[in-house]
Design a protein around this ligand. Structure first.
Ligand code: HEM
Length: 377
């Protein structure tokens, strides 16, 4: 609350937003706007705008991760996290749309100042790397070009640049937090692993047996349904029946391996297994009142990653339109490299589970439905 007796000047728009400082930052490498060539101001402002949005996204993500980094997430925390993660999705969706403004730059006009900025490149965006780290991109998923990947590249650059060094410090801090479990992927997985299944939570007597009964029943239903699908397709004569049956059998085997977390190291396998069962439970019994917020959280995370992939894809198409297939200012293969970055998925479980879902009437009924009703006063 401001003190009504104070004689300090009231805030004004310009000072509050520090607009004089902000508007003096578009001079590019020459340090002054008068030295910019045509359209270079557009190029700088668009990049700066994106970096501001990235800053906001990082803050929202940290808020959501922080809220979930506890051994027990209180009910009211889920809406809070959904609120912040939705904001991230909304920002990313708008960021995708903003490439339209960049596309008002013609290929030839870009060539008018492109050499000025090389070898600078968006590849050196520290905030993009922080974003990937906080979401939970694994080191093995990072695309390389030539001998380097983005992290090694900006670490080297930081040695000769004061701005780069402090930004690199933030990347390192994000990496350290990630190593200690502070990624969205990790906190969501841990939270999913505590999902009540047929009313049973980890630590409850007999929880393992309840989870096993749910998973076994589900797999049996899935297998039956897949077999029906295979027979229907086989009889349609679209492809050799044996090949079709083989495909569906492989899909069922894949579902079994996923739910058994066979791809996860032994130490983390029990958590991964329970998390995947919890996720499948939420997706299969979305109508249960107590699962309303959990399902919204899962939907929101999927939407967030979808927007990030769309951002990468839209950026690549914009780049293709402006520079074709030429080598990037950062030295990568350009569009070919950018397209490769669209393949990785961070929340792999949330995507994979979609392949396993059954029509509502084929899902084995939930036991202990009463557990998931809202408490009546
Ligand atoms: C004329 C417009 C643009 C062109 C031609 C362009 C081109 C490229 C190219 C070729 C790369 C690959 C690395 C390299 O070899 O340089 C790249 C990476 C990147 N660009 Fe752009 N870009 C443009 C605008 C933007 C804008 C407006 C942003 C917004 C921040 C942006 C952000 C990024 C990021 C974050 C990467 C790294 C992608 C990754 O490694 O995952 N770019 N850009």
């Amino acid at each position: 609350m401001s003190d009504p007796t104070s004689t300090a000047p009231l805030p004004n728009y310009w000072d509050y937003l520090q607009l004089e400082s902000l508007l003096s930052l578009q001079g590019g490498v020459d340090g002054g706007e008068e030295a910019l060539v045509a359209d270079e101001l557009l190029f700088i402002i668009i990049h700066q705008t994106y970096e501001l949005w990235f800053k906001m996204v990082l803050r929202e993500l940290r808020e959501a991760i922080g809220a979930f980094r506890t051994a027990r997430v209180p009910e009211e925390t889920v809406p809070h996290a959904v609120h912040h993660l939705r904001r991230v999705s909304t920002i990313l969706r708008h960021a995708v749309a903003q490439f339209e403004v960049m596309e008002t730059l013609t290929p030839q006009d870009f060539l008018g100042f492109r050499d000025k900025l090389a070898p600078a490149s968006g590849f050196q965006s520290h905030q993009m790397r922080e974003l990937e780290i906080l979401l939970g991109l694994r080191a093995s998923q990072r695309e390389t070009y030539g001998q380097t990947d983005a992290l090694a590249h900006i670490r080297e650059l930081a040695k000769n640049s004061p701005g780069g060094a402090s930004a690199w410090g933030r990347v390192l801090a994000a990496s350290a937090a990630a190593d200690e479990g502070g990624t969205l992927r990790r906190v969501v997985r841990d939270w999913l692993s505590r999902t009540p299944i047929d009313g049973s939570s980890p630590g409850d007597a007999g929880d393992e047996a309840v989870v096993a009964t749910f998973v076994t029943g589900y797999l049996r239903a899935l297998e039956g349904w897949q077999e029906e699908q295979a027979e229907r397709l086989a009889s349609a004569g679209i492809a050799p029946p044996d090949a079709i049956r083989e495909k569906f059998a492989a899909a069922t085997a894949g579902a079994r391996a996923f739910l058994g977390a066979e791809d996860v190291g032994e130490a983390m396998r029990p958590t991964a297994r329970r998390a995947r069962a919890g996720l499948l439970y939420i997706e299969s019994h979305r109508q249960l009142p107590l699962l309303a917020w959990p399902r919204l959280l899962v939907d929101t995370v999927v939407e967030l990653e979808e927007q990030l992939v769309l951002w990468r894809n839209r950026h690549a198409r914009m780049v293709e339109r402006i520079i074709g297939r030429r080598v990037g200012t950062g030295g990568s293969s350009g569009v070919e490299y950018l397209d490769r970055t669209t393949h990785a998925r961070i929340f792999t479980d949330l995507w994979t589970v979609r392949t396993l879902l059954l029509p509502k009437d084929r899902v084995p009924p939930a036991r202990n439905e009463a557990f998931y009703r809202f408490a009546t006063p």
